[in-house]
Design a protein around this ligand. Structure first.
Ligand code: Q0Z
Length: 295
């Protein structure tokens, strides 16, 4: 799935290329990570599902904010990138000057936020009411920004005042307000369709001085998705998408260090089906109608 364009950057599951004219090409692979380790087996269609879901949210949010997205159509890509394998998993985007903070919004008490609350009664340093349980809804969604640590890997929580120091007050306030607005709108939309979006990370950027929503948006890779039917405060809800992989790995006693154990075919197939189900529930669209869904 390589592209004949200058390579700019790769994350665990995505690659960015220079498409010329101030444009970038995002390619989302079928790779999956669990416990921060990338598995050896791809999850069929995962990259297309994440691309389709991001495109859906950007359309839904178009009247609230502009985005970096130019096209998801293979025909709009530079010829060097028009490879059939890439259909449905590419986004041509405007190159943005990315904000140097991660715009995280939490609606439920889980993960590192639950750990901090359990130990200190706080989240992101601020007091919360007593008596909350793991996976409890927060009194209201909270903006908990972070920044990349010097090493690159770890994210470090920062206070809102620290985000003001990085971005300036006006931009920090706009980033916070937009993040909270989009999380609330998206979480409400998903909840009506049986999926809890517990928390999420937005990446915002500036294009020609305009604040735009960039990167992937409200996907299971940038957020925690829970099936509402299995949500019980006081327990850690199953992940909508990765639970078959987690359950398989938990049953082995793997030390969570590479190399990862092999994933059996049934686990791979069940996981692929979960991604497709999340897409169809949230969007009301058939994944079969998305480019490359039959490949
Ligand atoms: C997004 C990321 C990825 C790992 C840079 N429109 C844009 N312009 C410039 N830069 C970015 C964007 Cl979205 C940009 N990331 C996050 C993407 C792999 C990390 F594909 N980094």
């Amino acid at each position: 799935m390589t592209v004949d364009l200058p390579h700019i950057y790769s994350g665990k599951v995505r690659d960015i290329y220079d498409a010329g004219d101030g444009l970038l090409l995002f390619v989302t692979s079928d790779r999956i990570s669990a416990f921060d380790v990338v598995m050896r087996e791809p999850i069929p269609q995962k990259g297309r599902v994440l691309t389709a879901m991001t495109a859906f949210w950007l359309e839904l949010f178009a009247d609230r904010c502009p985005s970096h997205l130019v096209s998801t159509d293979l025909a709009d890509l530079p010829e060097a990138a028009q490879k059939p394998d890439l259909a449905g998993r590419v986004m041509l985007v405007r190159r943005a000057e990315m904000l140097k903070i991660e715009c995280i919004v939490r609606g439920y008490l889980t993960g590192s936020a639950w750990k901090e609350y359990r130990e200190h009664g706080t989240m992101h340093g601020a007091a919360l009411p007593e008596g909350l349980l793991e996976a409890s809804p927060l009194p209201e969604p909270v903006f908990t920004p972070s920044t990349k640590a010097d090493g690159g890997e770890h994210d470090l929580n920062i206070s809102f005042d620290e985000s003001v120091a990085i971005l300036g007050r006006e931009l920090a306030e706009r980033a916070r307000d937009l993040s909270l607005e989009l999380y609330s709108a998206g979480a409400e939309w998903a909840a009506e369709r049986g999926i809890i979006i517990a928390d999420t990370k937005f990446e915002l950027g500036l294009v020609d001085g305009e604040l735009v929503l960039a990167d992937e948006v409200l996907t299971p890779d940038s957020s925690r998705f829970w099936p509402a039917a299995h949500w019980n405060p006081g327990t850690n809800p199953p992940s909508f998408d990765k639970q078959p992989v987690r359950d398989h790995l938990d049953a082995l006693d793997w030390d969570k260090k590479p190399p990862p154990p092999a994933l059996p075919d049934d686990v791979v197939a069940a996981t692929s089906a979960r991604y497709v189900e999340a897409y169809e529930r949230i969007t009301g669209r058939w994944f079969a109608d998305w480019p490359g869904a039959d490949s």
